[in-house]
Design a protein around this ligand. Sequence first.
Ligand SMILES: Nc1ncnc2c1ncn2[C@@H]1O[C@H](COP(=O)(O)OP(=O)(O)OP(=O)(O)O)[C@@H](O)[C@H]1O
Ligand SMILES: [Mg+2]
Length: 211
Amino acid sequence: MALLVGVISQKGGVSKSTIARLIAREYAAAGWDVKIADLDISQGTSTDWKQRREVNDIKPEVAVEQFRTVAQALKHADVYDLMILDGPPHSMQGTLEIARASDLLVLPTGLSLDDLKPSVLLAHELVKAKIAVEKIVFVLCRVGDRENEIEEARSYIHKAGYATIEGSIPEKTAYRQASDNGRAISEVTFPTLKQRAEQVVQGIIDLLSEE
Ligand SMILES: Nc1ncnc2c1ncn2[C@@H]1O[C@H](COP(=O)(O)OP(=O)(O)OP(=O)(O)O)[C@@H](O)[C@H]1O
Ligand SMILES: [Mg+2]
C-alpha cells in the first residue's frame, strides 16, 4: 500500500496544488514511484500542470491522474510508493474522505485571520470526525517578508493545538512562473527561493519518514 498524503483546505487558492506538486517532485527525484491524485475535478489544475511539464520536457516525470472520488484514487494506490491527494476546495465531504485515507494531512494556509481561522476550524472539524491530531500539519504559504507576522500566525496555529512545518513559502512571481512552466517551486533558479521550498518539503519528508 502506498503512503498517502492529503493536501487539503476548504479555501480556494491557498497553495494546495503547489504544495502537492512540491512533495511529489521531491519524492520522484529521490526515485520513488509517486502519483498526484488530482481530486479537483472541476478545475484539474495539476493535470494541466503535468501537461506543461511534459511539453517543457522537465525531469523527473511526475505522474498525475484525475479521479472523481477518493475511493477511485485508492483503488490505484497500490502500485505506487506514495500517492498525494490534491484536494478540491469547498468540499467538506471530499476533504473528510481524504483525511480518513491519509497517513499525513498537510493544510496550507495564508497568514491573515481570514485564512487562519477557517483553516484551524477545518482542523477542529477533522479532529471531531476522529482524525488523529498528530496526522495534521500546517504549512504557512504565500507569506510576506515580515518575520513577526509569520511567527504570530505560527503561534496562532500552535495555540489551537496543531503543528506547523518549519519555514514558510513566500508569495513570489518566480514561484508562479515556475508553476506556469510545469515546474515545482523547488525547481526555481533563485537559490534562496529554492532553499525555502526545500526546507518546507524536508519538514514534510521528516514527518513521513516517521510513518
Ligand atoms: N507562494 C506563491 N507565490 C506566488 N504564486 C503562488 C504561490 N502559491 C501559489 N501561487 C499561485 O496561486 C495560484 C493558486 O495556487 P494553487 O493552485 O496551488 O492553490 P490551490 O489551493 O490548489 O487552489 P484551488 O483551491 O483552486 O485548487 C496558482 O496560480 C499558483 O501558481
Ligand atoms: Mg488546487
